[in-house]
Design a protein around this ligand. Structure first.
Ligand SMILES: [Zn+2]
Length: 77
């Protein structure tokens, strides 16, 4: 997960993370969200969204998944 300007990995090594471009692209979307909202606002809104609609429907996760998918599709074409 993203805290400040850093991606924190749980249950994975840096090498595993960097070998997965879709995952990296996903976290890059979160880094942009943090830049746009600020860390405190992002974390607060993220928690509110998660409590309201759950992790999967959380709009920040939806945006990150879509951003990562577009990135991967762009690489293939
Ligand atoms: Zn995410």
């Amino acid at each position: 997960m993203v805290l400040g300007q850093t991606v924190h990995l749980s249950g994975a090594t840096r090498e595993e993370f960097l070998a997965d471009p879709e995952w990296v692209a996903h976290e890059e979307v979160h880094l942009r969200q943090v830049r746009e909202l600020g860390t405190v606002r992002f974390l607060w809104l993220y928690l509110v969204e998660s409590a309201r609609v759950g992790y999967y429907q959380n709009k920040f996760e939806v945006e990150a998944r879509e951003g990562a998918r577009r990135f991967i599709e762009g690489r293939r074409s």
